[in-house]
Design a protein around this ligand. Structure first.
Ligand SMILES: [Zn+2]
Ligand SMILES: [Zn+2]
Length: 63
């Protein structure tokens, strides 16, 4: 299960795909600029979103 938690305040979020209900998979993409962006993507190929933010920083996935 893709549960993202905030290291600062303990907020947690469950991420699932709205199309198929699958748990999103934690991944990292590298932009042309070389910057790494953490994302959560659907394992069935329905797309991806940027990882959730809390307290000004990326939340960490414990899955
Ligand atoms: Zn999906
Ligand atoms: Zn937080």
């Amino acid at each position: 299960m893709a549960v993202y938690t905030c290291p600062s305040c303990d907020m947690s979020v469950n991420t699932t795909c709205g199309h198929c209900g699958a748990d999103l998979r934690d991944d990292v993409i590298v932009l042309d600029s070389g910057a790494e962006v953490r994302i959560a993507e659907c394992p069935e190929g329905h797309g991806n979103i940027k990882s959730p933010l809390c307290c000004g920083s990326d939340m960490a996935c414990s899955a």
